[in-house]
Design a protein around this ligand. Structure first.
Ligand code: BEZ
Length: 212
């Protein structure tokens, strides 16, 4: 199955390190970062799960729940979590799906056979509270992910869902944003009381509006 942006994220039931979950019920009204790992007890994955554990407060601030996946069984995940917490100085407070039959992995296209026939690659799906797929990124097995970048995109999506704006390259919280071209100058004046800078007729920037 090929998922595309805007698709409804497929529902599933799965065993996890924190018990059995029904995905859509478990997600509730939160944003979800669903991310796959090739295998338990591997070095890059250990640092990635530690990074997510250490960003727990940042996830919560944004109403985001993390959900990891690897094809190993629950007992293996539980042993590995001990290692991750010990070596990465973190608490793993999110579930890791055990997917030995690759049911979830296949549903989300997490196995890329020309790269590795057996193990999942490093996929990231960001799913919004309406269960729509909003971001998909695929990394090779030898490159650990930058979870600050995932949070940066979530910040952008949560802001641009609220206003007729977009965020420029390398944007970070608090920086100027772009008014989308469909908004006229007259409407922009009303919608953005701090005013805007017209660099070109199609490139207008305004201070970041407040997030509500
Ligand atoms: C790792 O997570 O360290 C890893 C997994 C598969 C291939 C290479 C590295």
């Amino acid at each position: 199955m090929t998922l595309r942006l805007g698709d409804t994220a497929p529902d599933f039931e799965a065993e996890t390190s924190a018990g059995r979950i029904k995905f859509h019920d478990w997600a509730g009204d939160s944003w979800i970062v669903l991310f796959s790992h090739p295998k338990d007890f591997t070095p890059v994955c250990t640092t990635e799960l530690g990074a997510v554990g250490n960003l727990s407060g940042e996830f919560k601030k944004r109403n985001v729940k993390a959900l990891a996946l690897s094809v190993d069984p629950v007992e293996s995940h539980k042993g590995w979590i001990g290692d991750i917490e010990e070596t990465q100085n973190c608490k793993i407070d999110f579930p890791i799906i055990a997917d030995p039959d690759r049911k979830v992995a296949n549903l989300y296209g997490m196995v890329h056979p020309a790269h590795d026939e057996v193990y999942t690659v490093r996929t990231v799906f960001v799913i919004d509270p309406k269960k729509k797929v909003r971001l998909m990124i695929v990394y090779p097995q030898t490159t650990g992910r930058n979870f600050n970048e995932i949070l940066r995109v979530i910040d952008s999506m949560q802001l641009t869902d609220q206003y007729k704006i977009a965020t420029p390259a390398n944007w970070q919280q608090g920086q100027d944003v772009i008014i989308v071209p469909a908004v006229s100058d007259a409407d922009a004046e009303k919608a953005f009381p701090k005013g805007f800078k017209k660099v070109k007729p199609y490139l207008r920037t305004t201070p970041q509006p407040p997030q509500g």
